[in-house]
Unconditional design. Structure first.
Length: 88
């Protein structure tokens, strides 16, 4: 009964929204239905990245803000990812 109610609610929402919002909801629904049931994690000892000494420097925080300093350190640890996604 709960699943049927969810379907009715989704159908009602789709009828009452504009085309752009409906397309976004349809896309989100597609993404959510295709999520894997579990995410495999690599063993920490086999990772090619080391976060043991991860830290931001006070100068970087002053120059780039906290988010910029973290981003800078990630780029140093992970390298630039303009050639594809980063694998962990």
């Amino acid at each position: 009964m709960g699943r049927e109610r969810e379907k009715v609610n989704v159908q009602f929402l789709k009828l009452s929204m504009d085309h752009q919002a409906r397309a976004s909801i349809d896309c989100l629904q597609l993404y959510l239905t295709n999520l894997p049931s579990s995410i495999p994690l690599a063993e920490p000892t086999t990772s090619q990245y080391s976060f043991d000494a991860f830290a931001t420097l006070p100068d970087e925080i002053e120059d780039f803000s906290e988010a910029g300093a973290v981003s800078c350190q990630f780029e140093i640890c992970l390298g630039q990812h303009n050639n594809g996604p980063i694998s962990f």
